[in-house]
Design a protein around this ligand. Structure first.
Ligand code: ADP
Ligand code: MG
Length: 358
C-alpha cells in the first residue's frame, strides 16, 4: 500500500530555489459588505501538495478562484511561477480546477468528457487520442472510455473529473473538496490515489478541504483559514503539535482549553493553554508522576467507546467547571469494561511540555 504519511516525506519546499508555483500577495476579496478574504499572503512551491483547511465560509473556494482567475482580488496580486497573472483570464493561466460536483457533461462519454478541453484548445486528433488514453490510464479508467457518466459510481465519476483536469497537463491543479460527496471508504481510497498521482507526476496540488484529517494525512503543508484569514501555515505535524492559536487547536483535532483559575491550579499560572487528549494518561494507585508532569484529580463524567480508543470526560477537582477530555488506546482485552468506570475518581498526568500557550 502506498505511504500517505506526509510527515515521513521530504517536503519539496525544503531548499527550493525555483520560483514558487503560486504566490498570493496581500490579496483581499470583498463582495459588497462581505469580506471573503482579508490580506492573504501565501507561497506554494512547485511539486507541493498544499491544503487549504477551514470551516465552511472561511474563504477557501474564494482563494482557489483567485488563483484560477475566476475572480480578481479587490486588492493584492497573484503570481504563477513568478509571473503576475492578476489580470489574466482563466484560460491564459497554467492551472486547472477539479470541482466537488464533478461538472461532467452527462450526454457525453467518459472519453469525450476528458477530450473536450483539448478540442477547445485545437489539439490535433492524434494527440488528443494519446493524451486521453494517458489520462484515463492515470486514473485507472482505461476500460471505461465509452461509458456515460450516469453509468459510473461516484468514485469513478470523480476520477473522470480528475482525468479531465490532468489531460491538460497543468502546472498547478486546484481541487475544491473533490472527495466531499464520497463515502468514507471510497474517500480514503481516493486520498491514497490522489496522493500517488501527485507524487508520480510531480504536480503542484492545491487541495481545499474542511476535513482536518484529510489535510493532515495528505499534505506537505497546509494553511488553516478562519473567517477569511490565515491562522497558521506549516507541515501537518507542526500545525497539530504546535497550534498557533486557539482556533487552530480546536479545529485541527481535539484539544482541551485550560484557562483562568483552572490553569493556575493545574500549571501554576493563569496563562491559558491547550493540551491534546492523547498526551494524558491515567495514574494507577501505585503510579508516581514524573517530575515534569501536570497532575490533576477528578471524576469520570462520561465515557465514549470509539473502537480503537476510548474517550473520557473528566471533571477536575477544585477547578470550577473545567473538564478535560482524555483519550486512551484500547490495547488490552478489558476495553469493553471501560464503560463501567463512569463516576469513578481518577488521577491524570501528562508532561507539562505538551501544554501549548494560546
Ligand atoms: P468556503 O469555500 O471556505 O466555504 P467561500 O470562499 O465560498 O468559503 O466564501 C467565503 C465568504 O464569502 C462566505 O461568507 C461567502 O458567503 C462569501 N461569498 C463567496 N462568494 C460570494 C459571492 N459571489 N457573493 C457574495 N458573497 C460571497
Ligand atoms: Mg468552498
Amino acid at each position: 500500500m502506498p505511504d500517505v504519511s506526509a510527515t515521513a516525506e521530504r517536503s519539496p519546499a525544503e531548499g527550493a530555489t525555483a520560483a514558487p508555483a503560486v504566490e498570493i500577495r496581500g490579496a483581499s476579496k470583498r463582495y459588497g459588505e462581505v469580506t471573503a478574504l482579508e490580506e492573504l499572503d501565501l507561497k506554494i512551491e512547485q511539486g507541493e501538495f498544499f491544503s487549504l483547511l477551514g470551516p465552511s465560509g472561511s474563504g477557501k473556494t474564494t482563494a482557489l478562484r483567485l488563483i484560477a482567475g475566476f475572480e480578481t482580488p479587490t486588492t493584492g496580486r497573484v503570481f504563477l511561477l513568478g509571473q503576475d497573472v492578476t489580470g489574466l483570464p482563466p484560460y491564459d493561466r497554467d492551472v486547472n480546477t477539479v470541482f466537488q460536483d464533478y461538472a461532467l457533461f452527462p450526454h457525453m462519454t467518459v472519453a469525450a468528457n476528458v477530450e473536450y478541453g483539448l478540442m477547445v484548445k485545437k489539439v490535433s486528433a492524434r494527440d488528443r487520442r494519446d493524451r486521453v488514453a494517458d489520462a484515463l490510464r492515470m486514473v485507472r479508467l482505461e476500460a471505461y472510455g465509452k461509458r456515460k457518466p450516469a453509468e459510473l459510481s461516484g468514485g469513478q465519476r470523480q476520477r473522470v473529473a480528475l482525468a479531465r483536469a490532468l489531460v491538460n497537463r497543468p502546472g498547478v491543479l486546484l481541487l475544491d473538496e473533490p472527495l466531499g460527496a464520497l463515502d468514507l471508504k471510497l474517500r480514503q481510497q481516493m486520498q491514497i490515489e490522489l496522493k500517488a498521482i501527485q507524487r508520480d507526476l510531480g504536480l503542484t496540488f492545491i487541495y481545499v478541504t474542511h476535513d482536518q484529517e484529510e489535510a493532515l494525512t495528505m499534505s506537505h503543508r497546509l494553511a488553516v483559514l478562519n473567517d477569511g484569514r490565515i491562522e497558521q501555515v506549516g507541515p501537518p505535524a507542526d500545525v497539530y503539535e504546535r497550534p498557533a492559536s486557539r482556533f487552530v487547536a480546536g479545529f485541527v483535532g481535539t484539544s482541551n482549553l485550560v484557562e483562568g483559575a483552572a490553569a493556575e491550579k493545574i500549571a501554576g499560572s493563569e496563562e491559558p493553554f491547550t493540551i491534546r487528549p492523547e498526551k494524558m494518561r491515567f495514574l494507577l494507585e501505585a503510579d508516581l508522576p514524573a517530575p515534569d508532569d501536570c497532575v490533576v484529580s477528578g471524576r469520570i463524567e462520561e465515557v465514549i467507546y470509539l473502537g480503537s480508543s476510548t474517550r473520557f470526560l473528566v471533571s477536575v477537582d477544585g477547578a470550577g467547571d473545567q473538564t478535560l477530555i482524555v483519550n486512551e488506546q484500547n490495547r488490552g482485552l478489558r476495553s469493553p469494561e471501560a464503560l463501567d468506570v463512569l463516576g469513578r475518581r481518577v488521577r491524570i498526568a501528562w508532561d507539562r511540555r505538551n501544554n501549548r500557550p494560546v
